[in-house]
Design a protein. Structure first.
Length: 120
């Protein structure tokens, strides 16, 4: 039996976006020594707004829009990945993921409490 609510679906999309952000950051970090590599990223807030609209309208999750990151300084080999920037992005993504897990636990506990309230 699956127990879902609109809020749990929204939190699931939030977690998916946090994972996507982590994967993009990991790809950037893995390519720090690749000549000509350009850092990529996503606009988390815009993606989250789109995901929430999708949940409200019952649409399936769509792929994340990935774009080149503007404004970074390129080294002589053309690579513009900054380990400091990527480390910060990774920390933010980890915090988002932990927050999402805590919210999802809280939502499932609320649902479980509602189910068990009938047995009292």
């Amino acid at each position: 039996m699956q127990v879902e609510s609109q809020l749990s679906d929204q939190i699931a999309r939030y977690l998916d976006l946090a994972v996507s952000e982590t994967k993009l950051t990991a790809a950037n970090m893995a390519n720090i020594d690749t000549p000509g590599y350009k850092a990529v990223g996503m606009d988390f807030e815009a993606e989250m707004r789109e995901a929430m609209t999708g949940v409200e309208k019952g649409r399936a999750a769509r792929p994340v829009h990935i774009k080149a990151v503007d404004g970074l300084i390129a080294r002589p080999d053309g690579n513009n990945v900054s380990m400091d920037r990527e480390g910060l992005n990774l920390a933010e993504a980890q915090l988002r993921f932990r927050t999402g897990v805590a919210l999802l636990r809280q939502e499932y506990q609320r649902i479980l409490d509602a189910i068990h309230s009938d047995s009292k």
